[in-house]
Design a protein around this ligand. Structure first.
Ligand code: FES
Ligand SMILES: [Fe+2]
Length: 471
């Protein structure tokens, strides 16, 4: 774990801050045998989209391992080490066969599990093929995305199913695949850093999503059995907009689509993008996505598969400089972000939590046990929290109390003990979220288990807890 450098508080003081310490190797190195590499390998990882498998093999690099993936003519998918076990020719030049793949050089034929089916140049009496295998990894195909398990064979876990894989009225589709020239962890740091959605995506470089993102959010983070969530609460006009995103250890996150404008009341809106950050090596990373699509949107597979605004390097440098987005901010933190040079502030609590979850998992694997998020037994879908809600406490409360003057009532916030606010008008109280943002947590703290209207829930809670005695 890297130690932060002492604060530089000297104007024109770059001379004293020239040294760049090494990154936190425990968290960022992903090659075979590294602590983080073994941690990531203990989970199923997406390695390719089915749409990219054609009549020739696909060469890929995952966590610093060179591999080839192909679908044989019998429809089975294989993931083999790139270099042929005979004399090392790359199997990217192999011939895809009815069963397995044949090396171009001397014709050795490999099944999808790495077993050698033929060594055609050898005598028929040769037993070499029965004594040797090409390295292979097991695969699991799900919704057009092909996952590999690259950890110790005897510790293969269950493939996790999240509730967001199956949402009423929406269709799960293969979506974007795009790479960033940087380490995987800073990409995931970003997923639990909601304050950047107000600045990078709105205030600093123009509205990239909706104007609602430009409102500064009240932020909170919570650990979950599968990782953690962020809860970003914004006051948008009369409504309170709550945006919740999930991080699912070790390297998955899901977020609601960026088109929420919070102009209407909306309970638990869940069209999501589910995104894996799969290391290519220490300094390059694939983002691979599944997305929930409403058929009414009429999107083509190409549209669904293209990266969102600013996620990839598909814009000219001059434009990215003037309107930077996620690709630029994340890869701009150096190839590997140096934690010892950071000055983490109050809005970085999610980043700190995420790194702790990852570090705990790495140490669990290093100690021969499981990260707590790993599934050993099959089970139903994992309930996650990701959603948008827009609602108002005022609707229900005004119906209940009217808009007239009330007897004075007060609340003491637990976040600032000893500070008490008093109101005699309900409207003033309803405005409180835009002023103080949190009182007793009721503006945004809600159960992630219940998909009811947030506005009513907040109001009911307020009424029962604080206002009922006034009646
Ligand atoms: S190198 Fe592949 S069969 Fe000889
Ligand atoms: Fe972003």
């Amino acid at each position: 774990m890297s130690k932060p450098r002492p604060l530089l508080n000297t104007p024109y003081g770059a001379y004293f801050a020239r040294e760049v310490p090494p990154p936190d190797d425990e968290l960022v190195r992903v090659g075979p045998g590294t602590p983080c590499g073994e941690y990531l390998r203990s989970f199923w990882q997406p390695v390719a989209f089915a749409r990219d498998l054609h009549d020739v093999p696909l060469r890929i690099r995952i966590m610093s391992e060179d591999l080839v993936i192909f679908r044989d003519k019998g429809g089975r998918v294989g993931l083999l080490q790139l270099h042929c076990a005979h004399r090392g020719t790359s199997l990217e030049y192999g011939l895809i066969s009815e069963r397995g793949i044949r090396c171009c050089y001397h014709g050795w034929m490999y099944d999808v599990d790495g077993r050698i089916l033929e060594t055609p140049g050898e005598p028929v009496t040769s037993t070499l093929k029965d004594r040797l295998c090409q390295g292979a990894y097991p695969l699991h195909e799900y919704c057009g995305l092909i996952f590999a398990y690259m950890g110790r064979p005897e510790r293969k876990p269950v493939f996790p199913l999240y509730d967001t894989f199956d949402l009423p009225g929406l269709t799960l589709m293969p979506a974007g695949k795009f790479s960033l020239p940087c380490n995987w962890l800073q990409i995931k740091d970003n997923s639990m850093d909601p304050v950047h959605t107000s600045f990078l995506h709105a205030i600093s470089s123009g509205y990239q999503f909706t104007e609602a993102f430009g409102a500064l959010a009240e932020l909170d983070w919570e650990e979950t059995p599968y990782g953690m969530t962020y809860i970003a609460t914004r006051r948008v006009g009369d409504l309170v907009w709550v945006r919740v995103a999930d991080f699912m250890a070790p390297n998955v996150h899901q977020f609601t689509r960026e088109f929420e404008d919070a102009t209407n009341e909306k309970p638990a809106s869940r069209p999501v993008v589910i995104r894996w950050a799969v290391p290519i090596d220490d300094t390059h990373t694939w983002n691979m996505e599944l997305a929930q699509i409403d058929p009414a949107w009429g999107m083509t597979p190409e549209q669904i598969g293209s990266p969102g605004f600013g996620q990839s390097d598909d814009r000219a440098y001059a434009e990215r400089q003037r309107h930077p987005a996620d690709y630029d901010a994340q890869s701009g933190q150096r190839e590997i972000a140096v934690h010892a040079l950071e000055h983490l502030a109050s809005t970085d609590r999610g980043v700190t939590m995420l790194r702790k979850i990852v570090r705990d998992g790495i140490r669990a694997v290093a100690a021969g046990s499981d990260p707590k998020e790993l599934l050993r037994e099959p089970r139903g879908p994992i309930a996650t929290a990701c959603q948008d809600r827009a609602g108002t406490a005022g609707t229900v409360m005004q119906a209940f109390f009217g808009t007239g003057t009330l007897p004075e009532f007060s609340l003491t916030t637990p976040t600032a003990p000893g500070v008490t606010h008093r109101w005699t008008r309900l409207e003033d109280y309803i405005q409180e979220p835009s002023n103080a943002r949190i009182w007793s947590g009721i503006h945004y703290r809600f159960s992630t288990k219940v998909g009811t209207d947030m506005g009513k829930k907040v109001a009911d809670y307020t009424v029962q807890t604080y206002l009922q005695p006034l009646k």
